[in-house]
Structure formats: structure tokens, C-alpha cells
Write a protein that binds this ligand. Structure first.
Ligand code: HEC
Ligand code: HEC
Length: 208
């Protein structure tokens, strides 16, 4: 009669202790306000707003909690995260992870601060970093195809808009974005010149 710990009880306790898996369909229903900036299918119309389609649920979850907890701040995005419950965050993360990532294109060359930079230079930075300055290879964490690593919360980068990637790398460099654990991206972006930031962002937009 007082046998409280039935297997069903135990399973319930285990589930409530970890994050309950989000429901992508419920998540879609909660995007009424998000689509204005992040687009109907998680591909934003304005390139300063990040694409979310295909992003790992683990990373989206962390970012939404970070905005809510004011560890990451942005005048447009922060007020959007404030009202979200934990269940909303799980559902939204599952939904965006379920969408196909945007397929972007890279420019063959670009001009930054009077220097012509080739796509090959952006690729070399992504794959090998810069040995002269000790800049790490992006591919080591974000993967050879920019798909990131869900468990490690390394975000997918492939197809992301140049403008957003440039802005967020500059924000890490200036330490305006400081929600990266162990300063990992602040350290990396801190070693990058503007030309390197633009070159690698251009390469990432076409990476898939
Ligand atoms: C008014 C425009 C706007 C709306 C509406 C909006 N966002 Fe955002 N969102 C942004 C901007 C701008 C950023 C980038 C902020 C930065 O640079 O740090 C962002 C960033 C994000 C990120 C981080 C992406 C990354 O790659 O790091 C997530 C996740 C996100 N938004 C989810 C949502 C969700 C979910 C909603 C709806 C509840 C929403 N946003 C509504 C503008 C918006
Ligand atoms: C040691 C692992 C590691 C390496 C190497 C690395 N990154 Fe990251 N990167 C991360 C992590 C972790 C995050 C997520 C930080 C957070 O939680 O907000 C991140 C986030 C980012 C973001 C933000 C994505 C978004 O959607 O907002 C960009 C852009 C980025 N990295 C670009 C690069 C580039 C370019 C390089 C190479 C020059 C690089 N990273 C090298 C670990 C790494």
C-alpha cells in the first residue's frame, strides 16, 4: 500500500530531472512573433537577423536561456526571450532543429579595407586558422562542413548570413557578447583582424 517507488514513479522523477524533449509541432505554434525577424521557415529575410533553421536544439536552448538570464543581451532579441517558459524553450528549440538549414552562397572575392580577399583565403582560415597568430581552426569545433556538434553545444554555422556572422564575431571580440563558456569565442575572435572576420564569414555563408 505504501510502495511509493514503483518503476513508473522513478521514470517520472528521472524525466523531470532532465530536460523533457521538446515538441517541434508545439514549437511551430509558438513562433507567431519570431517569424517577423527569423522568417517563416527559420531563414531570416534581413541578414543581420540570424537564420535558425537546422540549428542544434542544445545550442538554441542555451541561447534562449542566456537571453532570458541576461547573459547575452540584444535590444531586439532580449524582450522576445523574457516571457518564454522552459517548456516554450524546449519546443522552440526542437522546432528550429527540425528545419533544413539555409543554403547560401559565398562571393568569389571580396574587398575589405582596400584589400581584395579570395574565397580560398576564407577557406584556409576556416580549416587551418592562422598559425602566425595562434588562431585556432574553426573546423576543429564547428566541423568540416559547418554542422557544429550538438552535444558540445558548438553551433552549426553553415549558410549563416555574412552580416550576422561578422557582427557576432565583432561582438565577441569587443566582449559585448560574453555568454561563451570559458571565453572560447572571445579568445578566438580577439585574435582576428577585420579582414579575417569578413573572409571567414563569406566562406561560412557558402559552406554546407
Ligand atoms: C525583432 C526581431 C526579432 C524577433 C521578433 C525575434 N528575434 Fe531572435 N534574434 C534577433 C536578433 C537581432 C538576434 C541576434 C542577437 C545578437 O546579435 O546577439 C536574434 C538571435 C536569436 C537566437 C540566437 C541565434 C544564434 O545563432 O545565436 C535565437 C535562438 C533566437 N533569436 C530565437 C528567437 C525566437 C524563438 C523568437 C520568438 C519567440 C525570436 N528569436 C524573435 C531578432 C529577433
Ligand atoms: C574550441 C572550439 C571552437 C573553435 C576552435 C571555434 N569556435 Fe566558434 N563557437 C564555439 C562555441 C562553444 C560557440 C558557442 C558560444 C555560446 O555558447 O554562445 C561558438 C560560437 C560561434 C559563433 C556564433 C554562432 C551564432 O549562431 O551566433 C560563430 C560565428 C563562430 N563560433 C565562429 C567561429 C569561427 C569563424 C572560428 C574560427 C576562426 C571558430 N568559431 C572557432 C566553439 C569554437
Amino acid at each position: 500500500m505504501f510502495k511509493i517507488f514503483t518503476p513508473a514513479c522513478l521514470a517520472l522523477i528521472l524525466i523531470t530531472n532532465s530536460y523533457a524533449a521538446g515538441d517541434p509541432a508545439a514549437g511551430k505554434d509558438k513562433t507567431a512573433v519570431c517569424v517577423a525577424c527569423h522568417g517563416n521557415e527559420g531563414v531570416s529575410i534581413t541578414p543581420i537577423w540570424p537564420n535558425l533553421a537546422g540549428q542544434h536544439a542544445e545550442y538554441v536552448r542555451k541561447q534562449l536561456h542566456d537571453f532570458k538570464d541576461e547573459k547575452r543581451k540584444n535590444p531586439q532579441m532580449s524582450p522576445m526571450a523574457t516571457p518564454l517558459t522552459d517548456a516554450d524553450i524546449e519546443d522552440l528549440s526542437a522546432y528550429y532543429a527540425s528545419l533544413n538549414a539555409a543554403a547560401g552562397e559565398a562571393a568569389p572575392t571580396l574587398m575589405v579595407e582596400n584589400k581584395t580577399i579570395s574565397l580560398a583565403e576564407g577557406e584556409a582560415l576556416y580549416r587551418a586558422g592562422n598559425p602566425k597568430t595562434g588562431l585556432a581552426a574553426c573546423s576543429a569545433c564547428h566541423g568540416p562542413n559547418g554542422t557544429g556538434n550538438a552535444a558540445a553545444k558548438y553551433p552549426a554555422l553553415s549558410g549563416q548570413h555574412v552580416e550576422y556572422t561578422v557582427a557576432t564575431l565583432k561582438a565577441f571580440k569587443a566582449e559585448e557578447r560574453a555568454n561563451d563558456d570559458k571565453n572560447v569565442m572571445r579568445t578566438i575572435a580577439g585574435k582576428m583582424t577585420n579582414q579575417e572576420i569578413e573572409a571567414v564569414a563569406n566562406y561560412i555563408q557558402g559552406l554546407h
